[in-house]
Write a protein that binds this ligand. Structure first.
Ligand code: TPP
Length: 666
């Protein structure tokens, strides 16, 4: 009876909040309240007063539209969420936004809403737990032993990303991962039979998952049994297929798509409450018995954390070095001397590709930062991201540092986000063109303020023969448009080193590296200015003195064209300046004075050179400016021909410089 009271409290709070906001999704919280209750009441280990407790189990609501389910549970179990917060559901400034947002609401483990992402993040979290356990649990000290639970719906399981992620989880045998699939046969347009006839169980069995069934979510003992069984599994992740009825108890809306995405309506809410045996006109009613029973989570959580802290203390005493490492991880800090092996690259006219220099720098840093780990989507030999002597993270060998994500870019993005949410300094790598395959995850990393490193190589038409399907054009500029994301297109090996030195210290922003396939000169820094200006996003690389007549702005592999043009122009007596601009966003963070120093507002003759779309460059070159870029798709040919054909030559940069100088004059 008490349990039913708690469950109906979750249901009615969800209905009332959606009704008050007149916006939101009531049906799924009403249906899944029993599942959430049993899981949180009997199994989930968490401490509402310390939501970041490292030993906690993770709970992810991947069907984020059902957010009121999570908010009701957080409120009732004593997290930092009040009844007023629930009443402010979906309102400006509230802690209860439409979809759960990481960092905004205590107890929300990841931002969900774009379907498929949450459960895919959960795979990254399960990987992180396994990795921590392999690294840190020693000699019977079992400090890192938590589980990851995720709830998902039809939408999550239809999305491609979750298929990729589930395939990874099954392959790796992540038995610490338990997904609950809300099998309610309803999505927005109506019955799932309109668009979805997969045999989900067979699909997951094919991915080497353990598959369990709950015939009726309202049968609490059946739910309990399924979770107990899932917990005994040691080889495979578990999918629990849970049959439920969306809008359960609503006389006119149960099992209909209307229960999915709109308030039930005042009268229907009343009728449903009558069905639950609830006072029909009471709103946001929290019976004392329910609140006090569910509120016991606070004492339970505190006790768990106390016990865990004892385990932790004994472990940290036995392994002080590991203990220190963990503390750094938890604070997102770096070990002393972490950057001491970052190389300085000698000047070299032939130089090297930035993917190459990045591989060297990454390895130099990884040597001193053991939790800098990641991998590629089957392109490590090309992206040069293999960590030497790092071993592979494989089923049963969970201490490896190189991840083989397979050809699953989208899941790779979601997984590295999940790893980052767990404290790992994670990177994922592929060709730049395939950033399109993982774009939602880059966006979510930025939205969640996660310091993930996205490494993209083969960053322009300069990749050559692979042709237009592989040649990025609009990717760089479109990713510059993602708020909070820091993008970098370094112009030589020493800029790569400086980019790494900078991004490793980030705690809250993802960084994206666009790196070349082809070699580019390593600039002579005794002749040109130091690469340390990279950390300001843009800096004056070369200047002939006095007020420049023209400014040449270059990024990445085209910086060398600016340098070449500068040498010729200055030899002819033109006062020129080269600005290297590896990161727009970092430059924008500098003071107005610094920006005006680098790009004096009075100098209108400007040329930007970047092998990508010209779209957007007018911001820096202005009306009299010119852009050497490319606004159509590329072509399959050797790089030299491509670059000449598309105008990426010193001669063309000089011609554009002259044109801009004359435009600026008139
Ligand atoms: C990637 C993505 N596509 C579309 C949507 C819009 N959307 C939100 S809920 C939903 C239907 C989800 O159905 P289901 O998972 O069965 O949820 P239920 O109706 O059972 O709550 C859709 C299409 C979304 N949130 N994310």
């Amino acid at each position: 009876m008490l349990e039913q009271l708690c469950i109906n409290t979750v249901r009615t709070l969800s209905m009332d909040a959606v009704q008050k906001a007149n916006s939101g999704h009531p049906g799924t919280p009403m249906a899944l309240a029993p599942l959430a209750f049993v899981l949180w009441d009997r199994f989930l280990r968490f401490n509402p007063r310390d939501p970041h407790w490292a030993g906690r189990d993770r709970f992810i609501l991947s069907n984020g539209h059902a957010s009121m389910l999570l908010y009701s549970m957080l409120f009732l179990t004593g997290f930092d969420l009040t009844l007023d917060d629930l009443k402010n559901f979906r309102q400006w400034g509230s802690k209860t936004p439409g979809h759960p947002e990481y960092g905004l609401t205590a107890g929300v483990e990841t931002t969900t809403g774009p379907l498929g992402q949450g459960i895919s993040n959960s795979v990254g979290m399960a990987i992180a737990q396994r990795w921590f356990a392999a690294q840190f649990n020693r000699d019977g000290h079992n400090v890192f032993d938590y589980r990851i639970y995720a709830v998902c719906g039809d939408g999550d399981l239809m999305e491609g990303v979750s298929n990729e992620a589930a395939s990874v989880a099954g392959h790796l045998g992540l038995s610490n991962l338990i997904w609950f699939y809300d099998n309610n046969h309803i999505t927005i347009e109506g019955n799932t039979s309109l668009a979805f006839s997969d045999d989900v169980a067979t699909r997951f069995q094919g991915w080497h998952w353990n598959v369990l069934h709950v015939a009726d979510v309202n049968n609490l003992e059946e739910v309990d049994r399924a979770i107990r069984t899932a917990q005994t599994e040691t080889e495979r992740p578990t999918l629990v297929i849970v049959n439920s009825h969306i809008g359960w108890g609503s006389p006119h809306k149960q099992d209909t798509a209307e229960a999915h995405g709109e308030a039930l309506g005042v009268e229907e809410v009343r009728l449903t409450k009558i069905n639950y045996g609830w006072p029909p006109d009471a709103q946001f009613l929290v019976p004392e018995e329910a609140k006090s029973y569910m509120g016991k989570a606070v004492e339970r959580g505190a006790q768990w954390e106390r016990e865990w802290n004892e385990k932790y203390a004994a472990w940290a005493k036995a392994f002080p070095d590991l203990g220190k490492e963990w503390e750094l991880i938890a604070k997102r800090e770096l070990p002393e001397g972490w950057d001491k092996d970052i190389p300085v690259f000698p000047a070299d006219a032939k130089g090297m590709a930035t993917r190459e220099s990045n591989g060297k720098v990454l390895n130099a840093v990884a040597k001193n930062v053991p939790w800098l780990i990641g991998g590629a989507a089957d392109l490590a030999p090309s992206t040069k991201t293999l960590l030497k002597d790092g071993g592979s993270f494989e089923r049963g060998e969970y201490d490896g540092r190189n991840f083989h994500f397979g050809i699953r870019e989208h899941a790779m993005g979601a997984i590295v986000n999940g790893m980052s949410l767990s404290g790992i300094r994670a990177f994922g790598a592929t060709f730049f063109i395939f950033s399109d395959y993982m774009r939602p995850t880059v966006r979510l990393a930025a939205l969640m303020d996660l310091p993930v490193i996205f490494i993209y190589t083969h960053d322009s038409i300069g990749l050559g023969e692979d042709g237009p399907t592989h040649q990025p054009i609009e990717q760089m500029m479109s990713l510059r448009a993602v708020p909070r994301l820091l993008t970098f297109r370094p112009g030589d090996a020493n800029e790569v080193a400086e980019v790494c030195r900078y991004i490793m210290t980030l705690k809250h922003e993802p960084a994206l590296l666009a790196l070349s396939r082809q070699a580019m000169p390593t600039l002579d820094r005794t002749k040109y200015t130091s690469a340390s200006g990279t950390a300001k996003g843009a800096y004056v690389l070369a200047d002939s003195g006095g007020t420049p007549e023209v400014i040449l702005i270059g990024t990445g592999s085209e910086l060398q064209l600016c340098v070449g043009a500068y040498e010729r122009l200055t030899a002819e007596g033109v006062k020129a300046r080269v600005v290297s601009m590896p990161s727009w966003e970092l430059f924008e963070k500098q003071s107005p004075e610094y920006r005006a120093e680098v790009l004096p507002p009075g100098v209108h003759a400007r040329v930007a050179v970047e092998a990508g779309t010209t779209f957007g460059w007018s911001k820096y070159v202005g009306d009299a400016g010119e852009v050497v870029g490319h606004d159509d798709f590329g072509a399959s040919a050797p790089i030299k021909e491509l670059m000449t054909h598309f105008g990426f030559t010193v001669e063309n940069v000089i011609a554009k410089a002259r044109l801009s100088m004359s435009k600026a004059k008139s």
